[in-house]
Design a protein around this ligand. Structure first.
Ligand code: ADP
Ligand code: ZN
Length: 446
């Protein structure tokens, strides 16, 4: 039997696997009925905004044209470029005085982008994050350490409010300062951490240096990792290092931040919450069948301040399924292959950094930090893959064989053979934020 919404009962019952039982357990047809109702409302709401009115005029449609869920395809796409061109508040659908928060991206190319939130938007966002954390077994007795950047980066405040909403003791540790992080983990009895995957591996290195064994010396039981692409192999390594399950978390500032999609205990893709979003996969701009890779396109269904219709995320992924043994029928989305703009085109071959990571992580001799550099040598474009070794070794012959084997396996995966360099542990740069995996030094950019 379904249970009432926790907001009506003051929180989900500790024994329930669901935080929002009545939406998490909807059948497919119930999900779709709810989506249609919310889509119609969202589209009407967008008419408060001049940018959308103009877009609708150009496309020759009105809100009345949305009669079925499939009619979402009649709507024009929106892009990051739209957000830049309407910077800062041109896509707001409510008066600015009704907004209580904004997040902004760095804007290295041109205007930054701004995302506005009303109080209700923030409540919904916190609910999404709380739902995710509850789904992987966290309860009010847990201690949640958020080791992610704060400030404009939504991984900070997003997880903070979500973990608090669930009722956990929440530690806003932020990123970096690993010694202090480890002290907090031990002193506060931290049971769950959220961090970007590249930071978890860094944290583990420092734990090793300090003689701290996460299995023996901490109460950790769950990791939430996300915000940057990582391979299944990388996840497995993280789980082995830390001795706990690591769940993939997808978010993007334009959709709110973290909370958009999260793995359930089955770890068979991320459930994207369809009461909050309509999920489409398109290639190039037409829907593809389930299982085929394409660009993820999301339409917000509950946002007041800045609803986004058919937002092109540029993230490439696919639908894995629409049912799950966990009892949730919200669509399961595969881990991201990367963004279309992260794709390396080298001598006509398309390569994603994640493909390289996948191969590297198969070799226990190498660590998790690697760097791909593209260079032009003698008018030839080359790829150099540097990867840190796990342990120091003087066995030159062994290293040569290892380099050769990595190069060979990479050749099979990406169809060209890069130069492989095994480098000492700790010698490649580590960034505080999302890892920088590719440096392009080619003479002619493609
Ligand atoms: P920015 O655009 O500055 O990176 P965001 O923090 O909004 O700011 O980043 C959102 C992007 O991060 C997504 O579009 C996606 O490319 C990436 N991302 C987020 N979560 C994941 C994840 N779990 N796996 C892979 N990529 C992710
Ligand atoms: Zn599931």
């Amino acid at each position: 039997m379904r249970q009432p919404h926790p907001s009506l009962t003051g929180g989900a019952g500790g024994g329930s696997p669901f935080f929002n039982p009545e939406v998490e357990t909807l059948s497919r047809s119930e999900i779709e009925a709810l989506q249609l109702e919310r889509l119609q409302k969202t589209v009407r709401h967008c008419m408060n905004n001049e940018f959308y009115r103009k877009k609708f005029d150009e496309a020759g449609i009105t809100p009345d044209d949305i009669k079925t869920l499939a009619d979402v395809r009649k709507l024009p796409f929106t892009t990051k470029q739209d957000l830049r061109e309407t910077y800062p508040f041109g896509m707001a659908c409510v008066p600015i005085r009704d907004c209580v928060r904004l997040h902004s991206s760095s804007g290295t190319t041109g205007n930054p982008t701004v995302i506005l939130h009303t109080k209700k938007d923030l409540d919904e966002w916190a609910n999404q994050v709380a739902r995710n954390l509850w789904m992987v077994g966290l309860r009010p007795d847990d201690v949640f350490q958020n080791s992610s950047g704060y400030g404009m980066f939504t991984g900070g405040l997003g997880f903070q409010y979500g973990a608090e909403k669930l009722g956990m003791l929440t530690v806003p540790a932020a990123a970096g300062n690993s010694l202090r992080q480890i002290k907090f983990i031990k002193d506060f009895g931290t049971t769950a951490i959220h961090a970007i995957p590249s930071y978890v591996t860094r944290l583990y290195e420092v734990m090793q240096q300090e003689g701290v064994d996460p299995r023996r010396d901490t109460k950790l039981k769950v990791l939430a990792i996300g915000a940057e692409p990582h391979s299944e192999e990388q996840r497995k390594r993280i789980e082995e290092m830390m001795g706990v399950k690591a769940y993939n978390s997808f978010g993007m500032s334009e959709m709110c931040g973290p909370g958009v999609g999260f793995e359930c205990p089955e770890q068979n893709g991320m459930h994207f919450w369809e009461d909050y979003y309509i999920v489409e996969i398109v290639n190039p701009l037409e829907p593809v069948p389930d299982g085929e890779i394409g660009e993820l396109v999301l339409t917000t269904l509950c946002r007041e301040a800045m609803p986004l219709l058919r937002y092109r995320t540029r993230d490439l992924t696919r639908v894995l399924g629409r049912t799950c043994p966990c009892g949730r029928n919200h669509v399961r989305i595969d881990r991201m292959r990367g963004r279309s703009d992260d794709m390396i085109v080298l001598r006509g071959v398309n390569i994603f950094p994640i493909q390289i990571e996948k191969i590297l992580m198969k070799f226990p001799e190498v660590g998790t930090n690697y760097l791909i550099t593209l260079v032009t040598e003698d008018n030839n474009d080359q790829m150099i893959v540097e990867v840190e070794l796990n342990e120091g070794t003087d066995d030159f012959a062994k290293l040569q064989t290892l380099e050769k084997e990595i190069r060979h396996q990479l050749g099979d995966e990406i169809l060209l053979k890069p130069i492989v360099k095994l480098v000492a542990k700790g010698s490649l740069p580590v960034s505080e934020g999302k890892a920088v995996r590719v440096v392009d030094k080619r003479k002619v950019y493609q």
